[in-house]
Write a protein that binds this ligand. Structure first.
Ligand code: NAD
Length: 263
């Protein structure tokens, strides 16, 4: 139990599972109050059962402007303010190569993946900014990826979208300085429930890398919780000199690379 986020209110998208859930758990132990925007009802119910007083959940989709606004409103209504927005919810293309996809699949999968992984972060930030502007030391944090800086750990849609997140981090840091800091955490592979695209027939695409510890330079398969200290750093005043940074935390994955392309 720490106290690095006492009196801070945080909104996390995709807080029901994986990295987002780990951030929720860690931030609560540091004294924060937490809002969550999450589309999976049973994960929301789990959170609400576990933390009735210190968490407020909104069931909704990050690609909807209205759902993002509802989540900010619910958080501020319950806790009186918003200090940190964590844009995190995302989906994966299971490394589908461009050649393996039909034109129709590209069209549908592009829309689905970019709506969630890119537009979701823009809409969430846009909804949060008016409240963040009233806060004492506001901060936006995005979940980027090793795919924000390297090829081969996703397909062309996912890698393009995560590169877009790195660009968005820098551009919003530029636009929102000096009031609001904007940074990103770029994890490497971590076992979670990270879901594929409804618009792609899962049987028609190659599966995710399914790496083992021995495939990683540091020889450790991380847990979502292992990344939470970086989110905590970016949410707290201890990173007051940082904005526009994309912090790579990939266990060295990108120095070895993904091996040959999946076809
Ligand atoms: P996860 O599926 O375990 O968690 C994501 C959560 O977001 C889920 O609870 C899901 O229901 C929710 N979600 C998905 N789409 C949503 C939507 N449209 N609206 C609202 N909620 C939605 O996956 P994760 O691995 O924890 O993924 C979190 C983020 O981490 C994503 O942005 C992902 O791209 C990124 N990431 C994951 C890895 C990895 O290896 N798992 C590596 C680097 C980056």
């Amino acid at each position: 139990m720490g106290n690095r986020l006492v009196d801070r209110v945080v909104l996390v998208t995709g807080g029901g599972s994986g990295l987002g859930r780990a951030v929720v758990d860690r931030f609560l132990t540091e004294g924060a109050k937490v809002g969550v925007l999450e589309r999976n009802l049973s994960r929301v119910e789990e959170l609400e059962n576990e933390y009735s007083d210190s968490v407020v959940c909104t069931v909704g989709d990050v690609s909807s402007a209205d759902d993002n606004v509802r989540a900010v409103t619910a958080t501020v209504e319950k806790f009186g303010q918003l200090d940190v927005f964590v844009g995190n919810a995302g989906v994966y293309d299971h490394r589908a190569s461009l050649e393996s996809l039909s034109m129709g699949q590209i069209d549908a999968a592009f829309r689905e993946l970019f709506d969630i992984n890119v537009k979701g972060f823009l809409l969430g930030s846009k909804s949060a900014i008016p409240e963040l502007r009233k806060a004492k030391a506001p901060s936006i944090i995005f979940t980027a990826s090793v795919s924000s800086v390297s090829a081969g750990f996703g397909g062309s849609l996912y890698v393009a979208a995560k590169h877009a997140v790195a660009g968005m981090t820098r551009q919003l840091a530029y636009e929102l300085a000096p009031r609001i800091r904007v940074n990103a955490v770029a994890p490497g592979y971590v076992p979670t429930q990270l879901g594929g695209l409804e618009s792609l027939d899962a049987s028609g695409v190659k599966s995710n890398p399914g790496l083992s510890a021995l495939d990683l330079p540091l020889q450790v398969l991380p847990t979502p919780y292992d990344f939470t200290s970086i989110y905590l750093l970016l949410a707290s005043g201890e990173s007051s000199v940082m904005t526009g940074s994309v912090i790579l935390a990939d266990g060295g994955t990108s120095i070895w690379g993904p091996g040959p392309a999946v076809r």
